[in-house]
Structure formats: C-alpha cells, structure tokens
Design a protein around this ligand. Sequence first.
Ligand code: 3HC
Length: 705
Amino acid sequence: MTSALAIHDGVAVIALDNPPVNGLSHALRCSIVDAVAEVNLNENIVAAVLIGAALPFSGGADITEFGTPKSWEQPDLVAVIEAVEASAKPVVAAIAGVALGGGLELALGCHARVALRNARVGLPEVKLGLLPGAGGTQRLPRLVGVETALDLITSGRLLPAGAAELKGMFAALVEPDEDLLEVASSIARSVARSGELPSISSLPPAQPRPEIFDAARARLSGSGERYPALPEIIAAVEAATVLDFAAGMEVEKAAFKRLIETDVSKALRHGFLAERRASHVREIGADVGVRRLDTAAVIGAGLMGTGIAQCLAAAGIEVTLLETSEQATVRSEKSVDDVLGRAVAKGRLTAKQAEAQKALIRWTTDYGDLRNVDIAIEAVFESLEAKRAVFEELDRNLRPGAILASNTSTLDLNAIAAFTQRPADVVGTHFFSPANVMRLLEVVRGDRTAPDVVKTAMQFGRRIGKVSVLSGVCDGFIGNRMVEEYFRQAMFLVEEGALPFEVDEALEEFGFSMGPFKVADLAGLDIGWSIRKRRAQERPDMPYSPVLDGLCEQGRFGQKTKAGVYLYADGRTAVRDPEVERSIAAFSQSQNIARREISKSEIVDRCVLALVNEGAKILEEGIAQRASDIDVVYLAGYGFPDFRGGPMFHADSVGLDKVVERMTVFERLQTRDPAFWRPAPLLQHLVSTHSNFADWTNRSAMENL
Ligand code: 3HC
C-alpha cells in the first residue's frame, strides 16, 4: 500500500507513504487516483487532505522509474493531477518537508495548499535536464507571475514556503508547533462550505512579459546547447502567457518527451542517483553502528587544515585547530576572519552567523587539549615522517574510540595506521582544496579500518555538506590516480604537436570549466614538477614528458608568479605566450619528435579515455566500489562536465567497443609510453561480454579472467 485513507470529521486524509521521499511511482499514482475516487463516492466525506505519512510531502516523480515503461504507464502524473483537480469535493495539499517537482505540481493541482512555514518547495527538474512535465510550467506562472516562475524553473532553486515570492500559493502557513493536518482539515472544510473549487488551470493565461523572456534567452548564450532544458523551459513558460491551459500543456508535454530522451538528461539523472548510491557501502549493513562525532580537531592550520576546520564549524561542529607555533595559529585565525568577512560582505552569511561559526573554532599548540575530541583530522605536510610524528601524538593523547583521520592525498594509509596502536580507528578523509568550497570527500578505508569507522566517516562527510565516496588504498586514491594519467596525456599531446591553448580549448569545449594547462597554472606548476621528479625515481615505468620542466627551471610556476604555461599580467587572465610556444617546438625537435597536427577529438579522447582506462583498473582492483562512484569523484571534485555524467558513464555512452578501438589507435600513435593504451583487462572483459561499466558489479568475475 502506498497511500492510506482515513476519515476524521468528514475529511478524508490521504496519507502518501512511499519511502524514502514519496516519489510518485506508478503504484503511488494509482493509489492517489483510487483514493480520490473513493472520496467522491463516499457520502460521509466532504473534503480531502493529501499529506505525507510521516514523510516529506513528495520529492517528485520517481526518478528511478524514468526510462522504464512504468514512468509512462497510466495514470501518469498529469492524469493524477487532472483527477485531483476534477474532484467534486475539495482536495487540500498539506506540505511538510519538501514538495518538489511533480510533488509541487500535484499540490498545485489541489484546490488549496497549506504548508509548514519551514517546508521547502521548488521545481528542480532542470537539474535533471528536464522541465516540469505535469503542469508546472503552466500553473506556476498563473499563480505567482511569470518572473518568479521563470526564475524558479530555470534555476531549480528551492524556497521556504514562507518566501515573499510565493505569496498566494498557500492558504495558510503553519508554524512548526502547530498541527499541520488540523489546519489543512479545517481549510478543507471551509472550502467545502464555500461551494467553490478554485483551480489554477481555470485562471486566464499569465500576464505576458516579453522583455523577461528576451532577457532570459539573451542570458542563455551558449548554455542552451549544453543544457537543452533551458530554452524549452523559456518556451513553455512563454506559452503559459499566450495560450490557453490545454494548449500550454501540449507544449510542455512535447518538450518533456523530447528532453527525457536526451543524453544530457540521462547523464544528469545518472549523476543524481550515483551521488546517492555512493553513500552506501556494500558490505556494511544497517547492523553496523556509528560512533559519536560532536567535537573535532584538525592538525595543521595551513590552507587545507584551516579550510577543513571552517567546513566543520559551518556544520556546527566544535573544532580545535592545532599548530606547532603561535605564529601559525595567528595566520590561520586571520584567514578564517578573511573568509568569513567575505561571506558576510557577499550576503552569504549574516554577521551573527559568521560570529557563531568563528566561536566554534579555537586554536592550540598543545596535544593535551585534544583529549576529549571525537575525531582528529591530520592535515600536515605530505611526508610519512611528518605523519608519523602526528599519529604517534594522537595515539598518545586521544580518548579510546576516537577516530584518527588523515587527509593524505598520496601516502599509504596502512603505513600511517601502523604508526599507532589502534589501526582499526584510522581512516583517510581526503578533502579537496579549497576544503570549505569543494564538495568531494574521498573516504579511504585501510586494510584494518573498522566497519563502524568507515560508516561514521561516510556519514560525517554528508553532515559537513560533502559528497563522500569510498576508496581503497592506492597511490592517489581514485581521483588523483586517474588525473595523473589525464595530465600525462595532456603533456604528451603538447610534445607531439598540439599547443597548450589547443588542448585547453578542446577540453573546455568538451565541457571542463578549465583545460589542464590552466588548471596546472592555477595549482602551481611546481606541484606537477615535484611529482614528476618523484615518479622518475619511484616509477621509471611511468614516463612523463619533460616538455614543461624548462618553465619550472625558469621559476615560471603559474598564476602565483604571473607566468607559467600562460602569462598572467593581471594575476588571473591567461594569455598565450609565443615564447613558450616556440620553446615547445624546439623541445619536440630536440627529442626527434616530428610534430603533427592533432585534432580536437584526438585531444579530448586521449585525455578523457586515459581517465577511463585507469578508472577500469581502479574498479577491477576493487579500489572503487562501483563505476558510478568514480563518476561522482569526477563530477564533485574535478570539474568533469555534469551533462556528460562522469568519465565511466561517458565511456558507456560512447560504447566500450568504440572506446577500445580508439585506444588501439592511440597505442600506435603515441610516441612515449604507448603501452598505457593497452585496454585494462576489465575493459576487454566488458567488450567481449557485450556489457558495460554500469552493469558491472562482480569483482570476483575478474579474478577468474
Ligand atoms: N525519485 C526517486 N527516488 C528519490 C527521489 C525521487 N524523486 N528523490 C530522492 N530519492 C531517493 C534518493 O535516491 C535516495 O535514495 P537512497 O536512500 O537509496 O540513497 C533517497 O531518496 C534520499 O535522498 P537524499 O539522500 O537526496 O535525501 P535528502 O533528505 O538529502 O533530500 C530530497 C531529499 C530533497 C527530496 C532530494 O532527494 C531531492 O532533491 N530529490 C530530487 C527532487 C527532484 O529532482 N524532483 C523532481 C523529479 S522529476 C519530476 O518530478 C518530473 C515531473 O515534473 C513530471
């Protein structure tokens, strides 16, 4: 049963009950239609209230049904809403939690709405590459006006029910200490008494505002091609100003049908579900508990450590930041003040909120102050010796049961855990810089990390607003291990014939917000240089092109020195440097490499498929739990274009047989390290079994290869 019907004093309560968020699945849709029919048949009922049974009102259409016949099966959502609106007895929506997408559309089809003041509503379909497909583009502008409707539907943002923009949407706003059902029932009775059944669809078209649509189209510029939902939304909302309701619904319906089949929508839906799936750790079930995490410490108050502390404070967690000198703590405190000051100036925080966040952070130089913390996150210099010193201190000072986390991005977590007497309590929490901004958190499970520590760390990530993805131990974990191959290809391309700006342009056209050379200049070329030097010693089997080493030798480290691969006269804007381009040509000549013209598609495929090949190895080694987790790492942490769904989803979309074909070509073309292009065994296995990354879940199958 997905909705239950009970009658109180003549009002039928239709309680939606489809966990976790009352997604409007086929079963729930059927049960609403049945309940409304029952309301109309039963003479003891004068009106009905639609409400979530101990759940949010509704998170919208059931996204997991999209792409399956169930999503179109009658009654579809449009038919459900028509049945509600056509009811001869009033139906009132009582909204707690959220009413989103189809959930809000259902509420708009009711004869009145009541909401908890703190409930949130919105039409976020655009984030899934869609437009509202159950009347949202036609009813919302009629109710709140074109400007607000267009803004809400194109941005997908949520608003609290009490927001001024939503004036007129709710018959009553209910305070958290009031009884939502009681208020909704009383409004339902008074609508029944009035004898009138207000319906939004019978309102005249919304007032035309051509200037608003022109401005919205002008703002689109190129983004309409990447996100085809945007121009469709503008056209559908415009239709609500010039067409009658039924004709406007036809415009919306046709657009929804087109959009749901687009690769962009499929990719965005994949990203949404992948992000939620990533939080589930396969072998750790509901029987495993979590540890208490109310207070934290961060060791190392540099840029990263201070960013992590701010992120914890923003989530309301008390945090002690430990440094070795007073001078360092003063610097860190100033950087917190600067960040909070900027947030207040931009209106993202009130002065009071900023003050409250600051009050949660304190600085110390004494490990003795950490005795009672629940978790300590080490964020010191990347050297095993530095980590040893910290972890030995933590082991001596932290209470039993506290979690010892390391922010290492490259070092062996098992070696770090072995510095302590409690390796089961040690876990990796790899933040991305700037830590208070970037959404990704790689949670690294060591060989001896306890299951409850893994579970606690994953939930902790979510609590501080991050997307947690589980990784096993390997050099670079999921993200950096793959990105190393991406950068290696970018440099090979340059020595073989492409110029850095061509590589950047090709990848930016693919959808990355910045090409690899602009990213390298931003991060500092010295970082890559030191990795290359280390690799030359540790892994001579992993050759790099030294094409950029000359720049580093001249002290050109990127934006921070106003010169790197590009010149930065103003410190920010990248300008091509003919001197660098000449030196690249000279370098190729010195290596006897005959430079050739390299197409944009080769540039994109060499860089992106390098991610895919390494990703396949990461999967087959069991470092990542599933291909979609790798996509989440790239979407949340590396600026991979969301409308392509992540590298593994992209590879599946291209077709793995084609991917392998391209790799075979690259093996012939590439001058340095052609062997990299031998497809990973998992890739070959998937091609030979006509399968793909999305369907591959069974690592043991690989062991028999
Ligand atoms: N359909 C199916 N499952 C959904 C869902 C939906 N619309 N929304 C959320 N879920 C699932 C998630 O996948 C997750 O599953 P899991 O437990 O297996 O991991 C679970 O619900 C909880 O989701 P969250 O982790 O996101 O929980 P939160 O409490 O943080 O957030 C939420 C809840 C605000 C509802 C958030 O999930 C959300 O924003 N959902 C998507 C809303 C949306 O985009 N709605 C539009 C759908 S398209 C539509 O309605 C078309 C219509 O116009 C015709």
